[in-house]
Ligand binder design. Structure first.
Ligand code: TRH
Length: 381
């Protein structure tokens, strides 16, 4: 291979459920190709999930390949990434082991703010049978992790959006009426939760207007039941007391970013929307992906311990309490979000200033695609 030929990367993505697996892999593939000049094949078992996120976007340098029993690659690239433990197919693994120079083999893990991540990031794991080494690569919130996905122009695009009244163009592109003047603008992306009905009641009973954009997602059905209205994507806004619910279709990742930038408070979930809400530098409420034996509660606590550092009272207590309500565990059923909403709302301005400081701090870290590309370079002999 000529020295100047771009490195070939294979990323393997299995969609477990939802959109996060595909969402992270698409962002990573796109950034590696666009910003690092790499050639990426993205093997994905559910291309339809990816299509919903890309909104028709194609990227030179990213080749999307359906990954199924009939389409198993056997020509390993120089770099192989198993996203979230999606094991590469056996014939591919065998071909990796036969290569004159075995690929740099990465296990890209889920994001966690827990302290142990720093100790495990970058560790080798020799294959038990084959002459191959896999490297653990952890995204994270500190310099001693792989960092977070962030496109190099993200902050500039965000600043331009705010300076150019980008929200007005967003409402036009989405073909929806602008939010009522003076309304608190929310976006809602969540897993089904008991506490949503009470929260919707609180929003409807609010003394000031609240506008909530709901891209079609797992809580849309719950909201329909609460509102007793179809709330179909493309429908007119639904009004109940002070609350305006604006149904939207599931939008592309770029439009979703813009929605986060346009709102005053974002309800996000999982991994990728959670990170994007932090780049939006606006207050957010995170619903973590629920795990067996309440493992998600420790992860949530680890993140809040980092995030709440430096946030004054009573905002810190309000945000902590709201997260406890928004994230059920086996011992804590949640139905009180409506009752504690006023405390969160009262802290809105402190939360906003804090979200800005947090974003600025995170932006000083190298982004995940860069740390990963550099890590790989260091392993290529
Ligand atoms: O969809 P998720 O719940 O994904 C989850 C998590 O990744 C979780 O960690 C993982 O274990 C599980 O999947 C399998 O939430 P997440 O991670 O925020 O991914 C949603 C993606 O969808 C993200 O890239 C943003 C994008 N999105 C859009 O592009 N348009 C939309 O309208 C919305 C609401 C989201």
């Amino acid at each position: 291979m000529p020295a100047s030929a771009p490195l070939r990367w294979d990323i393997f993505c299995k969609v477990i459920d939802n959109f996060g697996d595909a969402g992270v892999c698409w962002r990573l593939a796109r950034t590696l190709a666009l910003e690092h000049g790499l050639r990426v094949r993205l093997w994905i078992d559910r291309p339809a999930t990816l299509n919903a996120l890309r909104g028709g976007e194609s990227i030179a340098g990213v080749d999307i390949r359906p990954w199924d029993a009939n389409a198993v690659p056997v020509d390993p690239a120089e770099v192989v990434v198993e996203a979230f433990g999606a094991p590469v197919p056996e014939p591919y693994l065998a071909a990796m082991a036969r290569s004159a120079q075995p690929p740099v083999w990465i296990n890209l893990e889920y994001l966690s703010a827990e302290n142990w991540v720093e100790g495990c990031h970058g560790l080798p794991s020799p294959h038990p049978r084959l002459p191959l080494i896999q490297w653990f690569f952890y995204p994270g919130f500190t310099e001693r992790t792989g960092g977070l996905l962030r496109e190099s122009d993200l902050l500039v695009r965000h600043r331009r959006f705010l300076a150019d009244a980008g929200a007005a163009s967003l409402w036009r592109r989405l073909a929806i009426p602008p939010p009522p003047p003076g309304a608190l603008k929310l976006s809602l992306f969540a897993y089904e939760t008991e506490t949503l009905a009470g929260l919707s009641d609180a929003w409807a009973a609010s003394t000031s207007p609240i506008w909530c954009a709901v891209p079609e997602n797992r809580v849309s059905q719950q909201l329909r039941a609460w509102a007793g209205a179809p709330l179909a994507p493309g429908d007119a806004p639904f009004q109940c007391g002070a609350l305006t619910l604006q149904p939207l279709p599931f939008v592309s990742q770029d439009e979703y970013d813009a929605l986060l930038w346009a709102c005053d408070l974002n309800f996000v979930r999982g991994e990728d929307s959670f990170v994007r809400a932090q780049w939006a530098a606006r207050p957010f409420v995170w619903q973590i992906y629920r795990q067996d034996e309440d493992a998600h509660i420790d992860k949530l606590a680890a993140f809040l311990a980092r995030y709440l550092d430096g946030l004054a009272e009573p905002a810190a207590t309000a945000l902590r309490a709201f997260h406890a309500e928004w994230n059920p565990s086996s011992s804590h059923a949640t139905a009180q979000a409506g009752l504690i909403w006023p405390a969160l709302l009262a802290s809105q301005s402190d939360l906003g200033a804090h979200a800005q400081r947090w974003r600025d701090r995170l932006a000083r870290q190298a982004d995940l695609a860069t740390t990963l590309a550099n890590f790989v370079k260091s392993k290529l002999k």
